[in-house]
Every structure is written in structure tokens, then in C-alpha cells.
Design a protein around this ligand. Structure first.
Ligand SMILES: Cc1cc2nc3c(=O)[nH]c(=O)nc-3n(C[C@H](O)[C@H](O)[C@H](O)COP(=O)(O)OP(=O)(O)OC[C@H]3O[C@@H](n4cnc5c(N)ncnc54)[C@H](O)[C@@H]3O)c2cc1C
Ligand code: SF4
Length: 519
């Protein structure tokens, strides 16, 4: 049942973005009878538009509007996220891990670290665990509840065997939001290995074919694709009244709103808040303390490839079948706070070749190595980085995008803690492959972030953050943030399960606020 709401209908909740945060929130609200208009900058693809071809789908999915990076980020492509209905859940690799309890108390656990704005999360682990369980059930996370684990492919078995040679215990395949059995009207995984190209089987959870159509079936939801929000308007009483977006014809349109929830993925969320300058908030919505865009985190990240003596065939099966969590704990004796995961991560021949170029140079040495693609293994490291005020999203002073809006400038540099963790993690990963007689290992840079967090951090009080513990923006009673921007610290795990859990929690809160006529 496709619903259409009037532009002057000020009773609707406007959700900006249809990915992990926005798609989930939209469906949760619509299931509870709350009218939602979801504005998504990207187009709506059908599963039939997917092709098992990463390079082809990259062009279809990816946010290619300009951004600028500095520090340890790529200048031209500082972050990798998608501009399409379903957001980056069309492209993600579905590792769905919970935050550890001690990570929620980062300040209390790690103590004071120079330059790091560490803080404890302003909510309890028990409460979050309740929503983790609901999120795992929604997403069908294999390895949790009644969902059987997915089988290991050769690529993960190899990594696990290397780790065991070093004395680490046997590790199961990861918790993945990929069907191991038919579930939720979707097929089980066929181990095709094209998870980043959209999943033709729909075995991998993506809001494109789960939350969005479910929301539509309620009659309380309208999706407007190719609708790029450029401004959020605020009334004299401090409440936001409407959003302005550019539609597919290039026309500027105003949609009235009862409440607005931004889920544009942390860089775009901060940019939109900073670009929405109003009489009451001349430096951008929620930016009265200059905190919007600050404390940007992207995880301590690195990529390793190893040339093994036997065939690995890393392209076969789920791209990120397993994650080793043996170094995820906090042990300051290693020379850094917090910990990291080592995650198996298959690369296409094209990605491998592009990265090897820097090591082998152009010519026969490079082609000789590429010919051995079947013998390569790949991994990424993903560790907790610490929030720093200087790592931040700001508006570019003179460059604008095609919508006439200042583009985002993203500055990010590792600190001493991050550098020490990075070195430890890369060395451990190399040791794992060398324990199985790797002929050679290669370190590749990871200068485009895939996890974007922290730019509108939540806090108990306004002086310390942009949002309250429910994601409500301080000083703007009906404006919410519904993505990883609200994370006050980054945790070790990949973020999406936590984003979904928080969106589900926020939906409960919004419903209560609306029933109580607070909103
Ligand atoms: C290669 C890759 C692999 C990944 N694998 C994993 C993994 O294994 N596990 C994990 O936990 N995470 C993974 N991630 C990260 C994961 O995809 C993100 O954490 C998650 O999708 C973020 O959800 P979100 O709702 O914040 O943003 P998104 O899912 O990116 O959705 C944001 C949406 O908002 C839209 N938007 C932005 N600005 C506007 C605007 N102004 N107006 C209208 N629409 C707007 C965008 O077009 C986009 O569709 C991966 C990411 C990448 C790139
Ligand atoms: S390996 Fe599984 S999740 Fe990945 S694309 Fe194939 S069917 Fe989908």
C-alpha cells in the first residue's frame, strides 16, 4: 500500500536517509501507526538491478558527490558510503557484533588519555542488551538466538588455523546478518561471495528489501527517493518545522514535519546540521557549543594481503566470514588502550591489483603477482579509536556540491594510541599468515573510512554533547539524530548492529513522546 502524504501535512515524522539507522527507524515508527516520510538522496534500485560485479555496483551505489579529506584520510575520497535506497546496507558485509560492556565505560575503564575526549556512554549496558537482542532478531543474525552459524569458507579456516598456530583458541564463524536458513521470506546464503555488490539472494540484511517494504505495507510510510535534503527549518519556539529538499526534477520542495530524524551517516548528518543555519542556531542546528562535527571516529583500520604457499581462493564464499576477537580486550600492557578485531576480508582481483601497484610497481613484477590471485588471503584490522576534538567534519570554505551546499571537509589523524594499536594489529595479522608459511605479506593503506561515527555525540548534559541519550538534539526538542553520529566512543566492533539497536530504542522513545503529546 503506497501512501502519499501532503507537503503541508505537519503531522508526519520526516526521516532523512534510508540506511541502517533511517530505514530501521522508519519501519519501527510505521509499524506503530506513526506516519513517516523518508527522504533519501539516492535512487531506488530493485534487486534485479544488482549484478555480481563489484566495480559495476560501486558506480551504482556509491556516494560520489565531492568531499575533501585531510590528515590520514584520502583527500578525494575520505569516506566510503552509499547514496541509494537502503544506504550502505546495500553494500556492507554484515558483521553484526555487540559492543563489549567495558567499552561502554571507556572513560572509567581506560582512564584519562592525553588528547582523548573519553567518556562513558550515557545509558546502561543492560538496557542496550535488550535492544541488541531485538536488533539481532530483526536482522536475522546467524550465530545468535535460534539462527545457526554460517559455515566457514576456506579463507576463514586458513586465518583461524594460523591464529591457532600462534596459540589463540579456535574461533567460530562470525555473527553475520546473513540468513543461514530461510527466514523472513528471504533465502539462505548461497556463498556466492558478492556481498558488496548487493546480495542477489537477499540473504544479507539490507533495509532496501526488509525495513522499507515492510514500512510501506503499513500504509503509514512514504519513501521519496532522489530527494536530497539541503536545509532543516526552525520556528521561533526552537522546534524544527520543515525540511527543504531537492527532488529528482531539481526543484526545491518544502515538507512540513512534526519531528525530524537525521540518519545520513555521520559525515552527511553533521554536514546537514552545520548547513542548517537558523536565527536561533546561526552556527548550525544543535551547534550552540561548537560540538557538531567534532570527535569524528572511523576505527583504527588497516588491510593486509598474504601470498600463501597453497591455493586459498578467497573469492569463494562470504566476504567477511569470520572475525578473530582474541585481541579485542583492554590490556594496557600491550602499549595502548582498548583492542581490535582481525577480520577476514576477501578482495577482488581488481582491488588486489590496485593495492599491489604501490608495492610491486607497474610491469611484470606486478603481473606475476596478480597471476597468483588464487594463492592470496586478505584481512582487515578494526580497532577502537579514541575521540579527539580535532578529528572533525567541517564545512568547506569555498567548494560547493551540485545542490549548492558547502561540501564536507573531514580531518582525521591517528593519535599515539591509534598508531600503537595499528602496529600491534598489523604485526599480529602478519604473524598469523607467516605461521602458515606465507611467502610474502603486504600492508595496504585504508585511507577511505567505512565506519563513520561520533559527530553528534550523545551525553547526559548539553555542555558535553549534541544529543541526549535518546538522540534528541539539545535545544531543538523535535530534532533527532538516528545514526552512528551519536556514538560518544567508537567501541571495537563494527558499528551497524549498535546503530540498529539504538534506532529501535529511539522509536520506542518517540512513540512515548508522541503519545504523551510532548512531541
Ligand atoms: C565496504 C563496507 C563494508 C561494511 N561492512 C560492515 C560490516 O560488516 N559490519 C558493520 O557493522 N558495518 C559495516 N559497514 C558500515 C555500515 O554500512 C554502516 O555502519 C551503516 O550502513 C551506517 O548506517 P547509517 O544509517 O548511518 O548510514 P547509511 O546506511 O550509509 O545510510 C545513509 C543514507 O542517508 C542518505 N543521505 C545522506 N544525506 C542525505 C540527505 N542530506 N538527504 C537525503 N538522504 C541523505 C544516503 O544517501 C544514504 O542512503 C560497512 C561499510 C562499507 C562501506
Ligand atoms: S555470499 Fe551469501 S550474503 Fe554474500 S552475496 Fe552471496 S548469498 Fe549474499
Amino acid at each position: 500500500m503506497t501512501k502519499s502524504f501532503d507537503l503541508t501535512d505537519g503531522s508526519v515524522v520526516v526521516v532523512i536517509g534510508s540506511g541502517a539507522g533511517g530505514g530501521t527507524l522508519s519501519n519501527e515508527l510505521a509499524q506503530n501507526g506513526i506516519d513517516v516520510v523518508c527522504l533519501e538522496a539516492g535512487p531506488r534500485l530493485a534487486v534485479g538491478d544488482f549484478r555480481n560485479d563489484e566495480a559495476y555496483m560501486f558506480k551504482k551505489f556509491t556516494w560520489l558527490d565531492p568531499r575533501e579529506g585531510s590528515g590520514d584520510l584520502s583527500k578525494k575520497f575520505p569516506a566510503f558510503l552509499c547514496k541509494t535506497v537502503g544506504g550502505t546496507t546495500t553494500h556492507w558485509t554484515a558483521l553484526s557484533l555487540r559492543m563489549r560492556e567495558h567499552e561502554m565505560r571507556a572513560r572509567s575503564t581506560y582512564g584519562e588519555i592525553e588528547g582523548a575526549a573519553l567518556t562513558d556512554w550515557p545509558l546502561g549496558y543492560e538496557e542496550l542488551s535488550h535492544y541488541y537482542a531485538m536488533a539481532e532478531d530483526k536482522m536475522g543474525v546467524a550465530g545468535t538466538h535460534d539462527m545457526p552459524r554460517l559455515p566457514a569458507n576456506n579463507h576463514f579456516m586458513l586465518m583461524n588455523a594460523g591464529a591457532m598456530q600462534l596459540g589463540y583458541p579456535n574461533a567460530p564463524t562470525a555473527n553475520l546478518a546473513i540468513n543461514s536458513i530461510s527466514r523472513d521470506g528471504r533465502a539462505p546464503c548461497q556463498q556466492l561471495g558478492f556481498c558488496k555488490s548487493g546480495c542477489l539472494m537477499q540473504a544479507k540484511w539490507s533495509t532496501l528489501y526488509t525495513e522499507i517494504p515492510k514500512a510501506e505495507s503499513t500504509g503509514h510510510f512514504e519513501l521519496r527517493p532522489e530527494s536530497m535534503v539541503v536545509n532543516i527549518e526552525q520556528g521561533a519556539d526552537g522546534r524544527v518545522t520543515s525540511v527543504i529538499y531537492e527532488d529528482s526534477n531539481g526543484d526545491l520542495v518544502r515538507q512540513k514535519a512534526r519531528a525530524v530524524a537525521i540518519a545520513g551517516n555521520a559525515i552527511e548528518t553533521a554536514r546537514l546540521m552545520l548547513n542548517s543555519k537558523t536565527k536561533q542556531c546561526p552556527d548550525g542546528l544543535g551547534n550552540q557549543n561548537g560540538l557538531v562535527g567534532r570527535y569524528y571516529m572511523r576505527h583504527v583500520f588497516g588491510r593486509i594481503a598474504a601470498l600463501m604457499p597453497g591455493k586459498v581462493n578467497m573469492h569463494r564464499g562470504i566476504i567477511q566470514a569470520g572475525s578473530l576477537e582474541h585481541e579485542a580486550h583492554h590490556d594496557p600492557k600491550r602499549g595502548f588502550a582498548s583492542g581490535y578485531h582481525i577480520e577476514v576480508a576477501a578482495m577482488t582481483p581488481e582491488t588486489l591489483a590496485r593495492n599491489l601497484l604501490a608495492h610491486e610497481g607497474w610491469g611484470s613484477r606486478l603481473t606475476d603477482v596478480i597471476e597468483q590471485y588464487a594463492y592470496f588471503a586478505g584481512a582487515i584490522i578494526c580497532g577502537e579509536d579514541l575521540p579527539r576534538s580535532s578529528n572533525r567534519v567541517t564545512l568547506h570554505t569555498d567548494r560547493k556540491d551540485r545542490y549548492g551546499q558547502p561540501i564536507a571537509h573531514v580531518h582525521y589523524e591517528y593519535d599515539d594510541n591509534g598508531n600503537a594499536m595499528h602496529e600491534h594489529a598489523m604485526r599480529t595479522t602478519e604473524n598469523i599468515y607467516q605461521a602458515l608459511d606465507a611467502k610474502k605479506t603486504y600492508r595496504f593503506p585504508a585511507s577511505s573510512a567505512t565506519h563513520n561515527l561520533g559527530t553528534a555525540r550523545m551525553a547526559l548534559q548539553e555542555a558535553d554533547g549534541v544529543c541526549d541519550p535518546h538522540g534528541q538534539v539539545f535545544g531543538v526538542p523535535n530534532l533527532y539524530v538516528s545514526d552512528g553520529s551519536v556514538f560518544p566512543t567508537a567501541m571495537t566492533a563494527n558499528p551497524t548492529l549498535t546503530i540498529v539497536a539504538l534506532a529501535m530504542r529511539q522509536a520506542v522513545h518517540l512513540k512515548q513522546q508522541m503519545s504523551g503529546r510532548v512531541l
